[in-house]
Design a protein around this ligand. Structure first.
Ligand code: BGP
Length: 476
C-alpha cells in the first residue's frame, strides 16, 4: 500500500492579485484584476472601463502582503509548510505586457519573496497567469483573441524562468484555464483571457480561439522552461468540477460525458499534446475557421506538461432534457440538486468523494503526476470572545478531503506531488471580491468595507494543519 511521498509538498495557495495589494508600487502596471469592483449580496463583480475614481477595487490593497510578506511567510513556516503556491503578477514584470525590457523592481520583489521562503525550506510553486493579464493587452490587443499575446506571454514566462532558475522548480502556466468554457460570464472571460463581449460576436468561437492561443503559449513556455532549467517541472492548472449524471438514464450518462468533454478539453491538449477527436469536428460543424497552424500543432505536441495541477472544491450534476443537457442546479436557492450532497452557504456542493473520483479520472486519462493546488472551504468566520476563530467546519471539510486524497494514493495508485489548500491566509475572494468569504488558517482583520487593522492571527485550523503536516497526513 503506497503512502504519501516522503517529500510530499504540503503547503497553501494564494494568487498575487488577491493578497499582494501595492497595486501601483514598484512601477507595477494595471492588470485586469485592478479594474474589478467588489460584488455584493449575490451581485457579481463589475468590470470597469479602466480604473474609475470613487469605485471600490478590493484588490488594490488586498491584505497588503506586498509589505507584510515576511510576517506571513514566517507563519507559513510555523505551520511547517513545505511549499507555498502563489502567482507572479505579470504587471510587476512587464507593466503593460508589451515592453522590450522587464521592470527590475518587480523582478526583485519576487526574488526577495522566494529568498524568504527558502530561508525556511519552503519551495515556491508558481502560477504565471492567475486570473490576470496586463490591462493594456486588453485595450490595445483585445486580450487572448490576438495571436500576438503568445509572444508577450512567452517573453514574460522565459524572463521568469531565467531569473528564478535555482529558486523556483515548480511552475504552472494558466490558472483554471478551462473556466472560460463558461464564456457567458464576463468575469470568467476577463480573468481567464482578458476578453470583453462585443455586440454580435460569437463568444463561443472567440473563447476557442483564445483558448488555442493560450494553449500554444503554454506549450512553448513548457519547452523553453525545460531548456532553461531541465530540472523544472511545469504543469497545467485545471478547475476540476466532476459532472455526474443525475440518474442512470442513458441520456443522462451521455449528457454528463459530453459535459465533461466540453469542460476538460483544455486538459486533454495540455496533457496529450493534441486536440480530442470530437473538437475538430465540432469546429467544422460550426464553421469556426479558427487560426490553428501546423506549427501550433507541432508545439502542442512538444509542450506536454509535467504534471496535472488542479483545483477541487465541488461536484455538479447534469441531466438530459430531450437532447439538451441541463445542469441540475437550483438558481433560486443557489444549491445543487444532487440529493446526496449538501452545499456550503455559498451554494458550493461539498463532495469529498468527488475528489477521489477526480483523481482517478485524471489518472486513467493522462497517466501523469498530480498536484492538488487548491481545495478549501469558504465561510464567514466569527472571532470568538477569546479573540480566536474556532473553525471546526473548515477542519472538517479539509479532513474529509484529505482522507479521500489518501485513498486515491494508497488504493488507486495516483502519483500525488502535493496539496496546497486555497487561501491559506484570508484574502480577497475571486468570485465576490469580498473579504468575508474566508478560507485561511490565518485570520486577517479586515472586513468587506475595507476596515480593520490587517493584523494576522491563528485560527484553530492553523494548529490542526500544523499537526497534519508534521505527521505527513497520518494524524487528521
Ligand atoms: C478558484 C481560483 C482562486 C480562488 C478560489 C476560490 O477558482 O483559482 O483564485 O479565489 O477559486 O474562489 P472564491 O474566491 O470565489 O471563493
Amino acid at each position: 500500500m503506497a503512502k504519501l511521498r516522503k517529500d510530499f509538498l504540503w503547503g497553501g495557495a494564494v494568487a498575487a492579485h488577491q493578497l499582494e495589494g501595492g497595486w501601483q508600487e514598484g512601477h507595477k502596471g494595471i492588470s485586469v484584476a485592478d479594474i474589478m469592483t467588489a460584488g455584493a449580496n449575490g451581485v457579481p463583480r463589475r468590470i470597469t472601463d479602466g480604473v474609475l475614481p470613487g469605485e471600490n477595487y478590493p484588490n488594490h490593497e488586498a491584505i497588503d502582503f506586498y509589505h507584510r510578506y515576511k510576517e506571513d511567510v514566517k507563519l507559513f513556516a510555523e505551520m511547517g509548510f513545505k511549499c507555498f503556491r502563489t502567482s507572479i503578477a505579470w504587471t510587476r514584470i512587464f507593466p503593460n505586457g508589451d515592453e522590450d525590457e522587464p521592470n527590475e523592481e518587480g523582478l526583485q520583489f519576487y526574488d526577495d519573496l522566494f529568498d524568504e521562503c527558502h530561508k525556511y525550506g519552503i519551495e515556491p510553486v508558481i502560477t504565471l497567469s492567475h486570473f490576470e493579464i496586463p490591462y493594456h493587452l486588453v485595450t490595445e490587443y483585445g486580450g487572448w483573441s490576438n495571436r500576438k499575446l503568445i509572444d508577450f506571454f512567452v517573453k514574460f514566462a522565459t524572463t521568469c524562468f531565467k531569473r528564478y532558475k535555482g529558486k523556483v522548480k515548480y511552475w504552472m502556466t494558466f490558472n483554471e484555464i478551462n473556466n472560460q468554457t463558461n464564456y457567458q460570464s464576463d468575469f470568467a472571460l476577463m480573468t481567464n483571457s482578458g476578453l470583453a463581449k462585443h455586440e454580435g460576436e460569437d463568444m463561443e468561437r472567440t473563447m476557442y480561439q483564445a483558448g488555442h492561443y493560450e494553449l500554444v503559449a503554454s506549450a512553448i513556455a513548457v519547452q523553453k522552461g525545460h531548456e532553461i532549467d531541465p530540472t523544472s517541472q511545469i504543469g497545467c492548472m485545471i478547475a476540476m468540477v466532476p459532472i455526474y449524471p443525475l440518474t442512470a438514464k442513458p441520456a443522462d450518462i451521455m449528457a454528463a460525458e459530453k459535459a465533461m468533454q466540453a469542460r476538460y478539453w483544455f486538459a486533454d491538449v495540455h496533457a496529450n499534446g493534441r486536440y480530442p477527436s470530437w473538437l475538430p469536428i465540432f469546429f467544422e460543424n460550426h464553421n469556426y475557421n479558427l487560426d490553428i497552424t501546423d506549427e501550433d500543432l507541432e508545439n502542442l505536441k512538444k509542450g506536454i506538461v509535467d504534471y496535472i495541477g488542479f483545483s477541487y472544491y465541488m461536484s455538479n450534476c447534469i441531466e438530459d432534457h430531450d437532447g439538451a443537457p441541463e445542469y441540475h442546479y437550483d438558481e433560486e436557492n443557489n444549491h445543487t440538486k444532487n440529493p446526496y450532497v449538501k452545499a456550503s452557504e455559498w451554494g458550493w456542493p461539498v463532495d469529498p468523494e468527488g475528489l477521489r473520483y477526480a483523481m482517478n479520472w485524471f489518472n486513467d486519462r493522462y497517466h501523469l503526476p498530480q498536484f492538488i493546488v487548491e481545495n478549501g472551504f469558504g465561510a464567514i468566520d466569527k472571532v470568538g470572545e477569546d479573540g480566536k476563530v474556532h473553525d471546526d467546519y473548515r477542519i472538517d471539510y479539509l479532513r474529509r478531503h484529505i482522507e479521500q486524497m489518501k485513498l486515491a494514493v494508497e488504493y488507486d495508485g495516483v502519483d500525488l506531488m502535493g496539496y496546497t489548500p486555497w487561501g491559506c491566509i484570508d484574502l480577497v475572494s475571486a468570485g465576490t471580491g469580498q473579504m468575508d468569504k474566508r478560507y485561511g488558517f490565518i485570520y486577517v482583520d479586515k472586513n468587506d468595507a475595507g476596515e480593520g487593522t490587517l493584523a494576522r492571527s491563528r485560527k484553530d485550523s492553523f494548529d490542526w494543519y500544523k499537526e497534519v503536516i508534521a505527521t505527513n497526513g497520518e494524524d487528521l
